[in-house]
Write a protein that binds this ligand. Structure first.
Ligand SMILES: Cc1cc2nc3c(=O)[nH]c(=O)nc-3n(C[C@H](O)[C@H](O)[C@H](O)COP(=O)(O)OP(=O)(O)OC[C@H]3O[C@@H](n4cnc5c(N)ncnc54)[C@H](O)[C@@H]3O)c2cc1C
Ligand code: SF4
Length: 327
């Protein structure tokens, strides 16, 4: 690990100044960043620990909830308001990592954790995300965990956060602060597709601190998070699906679908959602939505199985969400 300096500001003004130092990076719970520093996939010169900033509260806001950026994954998942009104979020977070990791990991850090592509963690291998212009080892290498949607010739990594997938169907926003002020970004606009610049995971500017996640009032309908992984104890998603279905008798009034493990960002399946709005409730309609959700998907060899798996997982999640919302 390369040498670095460290500071732990206790107010926002000091944090904004600290992040302006050369090579500075925010540190949340450190469960991802420190691993990346150990293999020198990331080499910050200065760490700005955000854990003492007053950002750990979860509070009511405009009929929804405001989740402070340093609220731990455990506190978020256990909050009674989250469990009752946003069960898809609580389930997604509990499906991520292990109990010990969730006690340490923060909301902001979870959203900004980096891909688990093996080559990104291996400095001996070319990787455009780690070293722009060096090439992508996954394209012709072992790509079982990689993207089937939205990839590029430069990178086919997937975003690993379960939380982000659930936040996507909840239409959450992320509040960020920097020296130039405060702004909100829709969660669906926070992460980006790799295109020719996969070293940029998000649309955040340098030095922007995530201060909170804002949840609007909960959506009507049943909420489900379904995750398929190699190992039940803890593992990243091969495919995951967050689904919300609102019924009106035997008709589907509306559906929201987001997939994890398939793209460089949580993938909102808007065409499948449009197809379901107003449709008669049936397993066939949900199966067709699953197919629509993976339209245009491209396997790279080892990950071909993900396309059929994602379609089936979407259909199954929709069936479960509709069953919860018996009107
Ligand atoms: C064995 C293992 C299994 C895991 N399994 C899963 C899983 O199944 N699903 C899943 O979703 N995750 C999983 N994770 C990942 C884990 O959830 C993340 O490591 C964790 O959420 C990151 O949070 P953190 O606070 O520790 O972030 P850190 O490691 O501290 O930071 C991560 C990134 O976020 C930035 N950052 C942190 N806070 C802020 C802020 N407030 N504003 C701006 N930037 C910030 C940092 O600069 C860094 O770039 C696993 C991790 C491990 C080690
Ligand atoms: S998929 Fe992306 S992260 Fe993985 S080796 Fe290729 S460029 Fe690097």
């Amino acid at each position: 690990m390369r040498a670095f300096t460290y500071e732990r500001p206790v107010d926002m003004a000091a944090a904004v100044v600290a992040i302006g130092k050369p090579g500075a990076k925010f540190l949340g719970g450190g469960t991802n960043l420190l691993d990346l520093m150990k293999v020198e996939a990331e080499t910050p010169q200065h760490l700005v620990d955000v854990s003492r900033l007053p950002l750990a509260r979860i509070s009511e806001e405009d009929g929804g909830l405001r989740i402070g950026a340093t609220a731990t994954n455990s506190d978020l998942a256990a909050d009674s308001r989250v469990r009752e009104r946003y069960p898809v979020l609580s389930r997604a977070v509990l499906n991520g990592a292990s109990g010990q990791l969730r006690n340490q990991a923060t909301t902001g850090g979870n959203l900004l954790q980096r891909t688990r592509c093996y080559y990104f963690y291996d400095p001996s291998m070319p990787c455009n995300k780690r070293v722009p212009g060096s090439g992508c080892s996954a394209l012709k290498g072992f790509n079982r965990i990689h993207a089937v949607l939205g990839g590029s010739d430069a990178c086919i990594a997937v975003h690993p956060s379960d939380m982000a997938v659930a936040l996507s169907v909840l239409d959450a926003e992320v509040e960020v602060q920097s020296a130039s002020g405060r702004r909100r970004i829709k969660i669906t606009d926070l992460h980006r597709l790799p295109e020719a610049t996969p070293h940029k995971d998000t649309t955040l500017a340098n030095g922007e601190l995530i201060t909170a996640v804002i949840l609007p009032a909960p959506p009507a309908g049943g909420q489900v998070y379904r995750k398929v992984r190699d190992r039940a104890s803890y593992d990243f998603a091969l495919v995951s699906v967050a689904a919300v279905v609102e019924r009106e008798g035997n008709r589907i009034r509306s559906a929201r679908i987001a997939m994890g493990g398939v793209a460089h960002k949580p993938w909102r399946a808007l065409e499948a959602e449009r197809q379901l709005a107003g449709a008669d409730l049936s397993d066939d309609a949900f199966a067709a939505a699953g197919e629509a959700a993976v339209k245009g998907a491209q396997g790279r060899g080892h990950n071909d199985f993900k396309i059929a798996l994602a379609a089936r997982t979407v259909a199954r999640a929709l069936i479960e969400a509709a069953a919860q919302n018996k009107a």
